[in-house]
Design a protein around this ligand. Structure first.
Ligand code: UDP
Length: 310
């Protein structure tokens, strides 16, 4: 296959590039580098099956030649990024998705949109099944991301229903691993960086809010299977092992041997989802997929990466 991966220089996009190249495909990575970084794909320079185009997908996307798949992964994804870049976040989810779908239609390519557990907002159903419609405040601080992704799902289904594009929607739950930005602001790089510096970990709020963390290789496997399936409805991909942020902080301190403990800070952003856990029955049934990497193993690998960059 010849595939276009938007956001290809980002955390997830760069791991996708690696996977598609390893499977023998040709990859074009596209990124405007506002949150992505060419460091993440530097190891691919010189690979004749790989090319990079610096481009913002909110503008018309031109690709010469055939394409078999378009994977739209471009978007700020960390809450501090999308608060700093609210309009870019809305545009890449709306205009960027529209352009990427138009390209997929023109090239008769499959299309995969990176959606998110954030479309469930601060969920009133737990764990979250794909049938749950969510609890999102459109003008709340997270609305720029949540509504952009909800729109992205809506236009993706419309292109499937109206134009027959073979579309896939993945709802990605909290994912971590090497190549996350150190200053990305999300809990995994924050805690690991603090721990490696011997500083106390900053827990926002009382730390009773929960998340379910998946290691990046599990996500990539799920994405690869979904793209190659004939399924067009949304699929949650995440690790159902749920824990409080306080428990997560303790786990990071144990793994890194950090003795500086934990400090509590005010809630970072109003409307921080209080619980989050994927129901992965659909991924298990349709894709035969489930996560394989436990938190200890995933954190060890991630800590090893951050030791090089802290
Ligand atoms: N969080 C925290 N300390 C930090 C960064 C984040 O306690 O230094 C909390 C944050 O308030 C949220 C959870 O960790 O409840 C996950 O935050 P993250 O930014 O990783 O992503 P989210 O799941 O909120 O999109």
């Amino acid at each position: 296959m010849r595939v276009l991966i938007t956001g290809g220089a980002g955390f997830l996009g760069s791991h996708l590039c690696d996977r598609f190249l390893a499977e023998g495909h040709t990859v074009i990575a596209m990124d405007n580098l506002i949150t992505g970084n060419t460091r993440n794909i530097a190891h691919l320079a010189g690979n004749q099956n790989f090319s990079f185009i610096k481009h913002d997908t909110t503008n018309y996307i031109y690709i010469n030649g055939a394409l078999d798949a378009v994977l739209h992964f471009a978007s700020p994804a960390s809450p501090i990024d999308y608060l700093k870049l609210p309009i870019q976040t809305l545009k890449v989810g709306a205009l960027g998705t529209h352009n990427a779908l138009g390209l997929a239609l023109a090239k008769k390519a499959r299309f995969l949109i990176a959606s998110t557990s954030e479309i469930y907002g601060d969920p009133l159903e737990h764990p979250q099944k794909e049938s749950y419609a969510g609890n999102v405040d459109p003008i709340g601080p997270r609305g720029v991301y949540d509504e952009a992704k909800r729109y992205a799902e809506a236009i993706t289904m419309a292109y499937h229903n109206v134009h027959g594009v073979d579309t896939k929607i993945v709802r990605i739950f909290n994912t971590y691993g090497p190549r996350m930005r150190l200053a990305d602001g999300r809990v995994v790089p924050n805690f690991i960086a603090q721990a490696l510096r011997g500083e106390p970990l900053t827990v926002y709020g009382d730390g009773a809010q929960t998340r379910s963390f998946q290691y990046v290789s599990d996500l990539i496997e799920g994405l690869y299977r979904l793209l190659n399936s004939d399924y067009n409805q949304p699929v949650n991909i995440g690790n159902p092992t749920e824990m409080t942020i306080l428990e997560f902080a303790e786990a990071v301190n144990v793994i890194t041997g950090n003795k500086a403990g934990i400090i509590f800070k005010d809630e970072r952003i109003k409307g921080d989802p209080q619980t989050r856990q994927p129901d992965i029955t659909r991924a298990r049934t349709i894709l035969g997929w489930e996560p394989k990497v436990n938190l200890h193993e995933g954190l060890e690998k991630t800590v090893a990466y951050f030791r090089e960059v802290v």
